[in-house]
Design a binder for this molecule. Structure first.
Ligand SMILES: Cc1cc2nc3c(=O)[nH]c(=O)nc-3n(C[C@H](O)[C@H](O)[C@H](O)COP(=O)(O)OP(=O)(O)OC[C@H]3O[C@@H](n4cnc5c(N)ncnc54)[C@H](O)[C@@H]3O)c2cc1C
Length: 345
């Protein structure tokens, strides 16, 4: 792809100090340990280089694919040679703000954010202490566990709206958070760069104990010893995906190296040498059999890339994870353009 090659050449000249991994195996950048080579993964060290990078891409008519910890993604076996991945790995600023508030950049792991809140005697993020994603990835899909969700703790989100190359701050109420989704997952063009969390004062020991209890539960129930991307399917209203899969007799079902976990039917694991094709075929098989047994359509929670890899034609509903920049999108603007992140206390 000529535009991408031109953009990469320009990026190397304009941002010589920025980490740029070329022909990098995607399997090394996701928790599934699956995926062929990426043409390039850029790792901007700060907001300035992130903005410059996105401006170069825009000039070439390209949008980056945002990458957090890769814990909710399935990359294709043939790799991604037509898109530049933008990793938030180095966006790691994390500090306490006045009151019970915390500022965190997009690349901060949720485990680190939750630990920081606990150390500051702030409660409200205990649920996130075992979720292996980042602030950016977690906000995009409104990650949640054990009754808590990102939407309960976040006050506002700062993002670069890529089509306009402008930074906006969106208050929580406008983020359209729903079950495992938000405005950032429903429409394309958002690069989340940071967020402010509003928490409540709490006892450090009690918060730590609650985090330990949740993580014990997670270790007991989930197949954390095998590579996966977490729950394979969203919870259908009024049901649990794992129970439906179990009731359809699919625990342990295997295609190639991909397997419905023996320990937790809601997880598809890489039981050894799985490729993306195995996982997609298994997801399709599970959906078809659950639909045949219960009449319920399971919607994937895992983001399957590229978009045309999505799970089509396996049931009456097309529930692919496709994302487009849409004309009908509600205003991407939050409460006006922000020019600098909020200051530390
Ligand atoms: C063992 C295991 C347990 C899990 N448990 C849970 C759980 O309890 N609850 C839960 O909700 N999830 C869980 N997950 C799934 C996953 O950790 C979450 O979905 C997490 O929020 C994904 O974050 P990430 O940084 O890894 O995102 P990635 O996988 O890197 O990306 C996911 C999506 O977000 C986009 N994205 C990433 N960063 C940004 C950004 N800065 N701006 C815009 N878009 C971005 C990507 O383009 C992609 O579309 C689990 C996963 C595993 C492997």
């Amino acid at each position: 792809m000529q535009e991408l090659e031109q953009a990469i050449a320009e990026i190397k000249t304009a941002l010589p100090g920025m980490k740029l991994m070329e022909h990098e195996p995607l399997s090394a950048h996701c928790s599934f340990r699956i995926g062929g080579p990426a043409r390039a993964i850029a790792v901007p060290g700060d907001m300035t280089s992130l903005t410059k990078l996105c401006a170069i891409l825009k000039r070439h008519g390209l949008m980056p694919l945002m990458l957090g910890n890769g814990t909710n993604l399935l990359f294709p076996d043939e790799g991604l040679d037509n898109v530049l991945l933008l990793s938030t790995e180095k966006l790691q600023k994390l500090y306490r703000m006045p009151g019970e508030r915390i500022y965190a950049e997009a690349g901060v792991p949720l485990t680190r954010l939750a630990a920081f809140a606990q150390q500051n005697g702030l409660k409200g993020l205990e649920f996130a202490s075992g979720i292996p994603g980042t602030v950016g990835g977690g906000l995009r899909m409104n990650a949640g566990a054990y009754g808590g969700e990102m939407k309960d703790a976040v006050e506002s989100v700062v993002y670069l709206y890529l089509p306009e190359q402008a930074l906006y701050e969106m208050p929580r109420e406008n983020c359209d958070f729903g079950y495992r989704g938000s405005i950032f997952s429903r429409y394309g063009g958002f690069a989340i760069v940071s967020a402010v969390f509003q928490l409540q004062p709490g006892d450090k020991n009690e918060i730590a104990a609650s985090m330990r209890a949740l993580n014990d539960k997670r270790r007991e129930k989930q197949p954390l010893d095998l590579p996966s991307a977490g729950s394979a399917f969203k919870r259908p209203e009024g049901h649990f995906a794992a129970a439906l899969i179990d009731e359809a007799g699919l625990k342990g079902l295997r295609i190639g190296g991909a397997q419905v976990s023996e320990k937790h039917a809601g997880f598809v694991v890489n039981a050894g040498g799985a490729c993306a094709k195995d996982v997609v075929e298994l997801l399709q098989e599970v959906r078809a059999r659950v639909y045949a047994k219960s009449g319920i359509v399971l919607e994937p929670e895992i983001v399957v890339l590229p978009a045309d890899y999505t799970l089509r034609d396996t049931s009456p509903a097309d529930t692919g994870n496709r994302v487009t920049v849409s004309e009908e999108m509600p205003s991407p603007r939050g409460e006006g353009v922000i020019r600098r992140p909020p200051q530390a206390e």
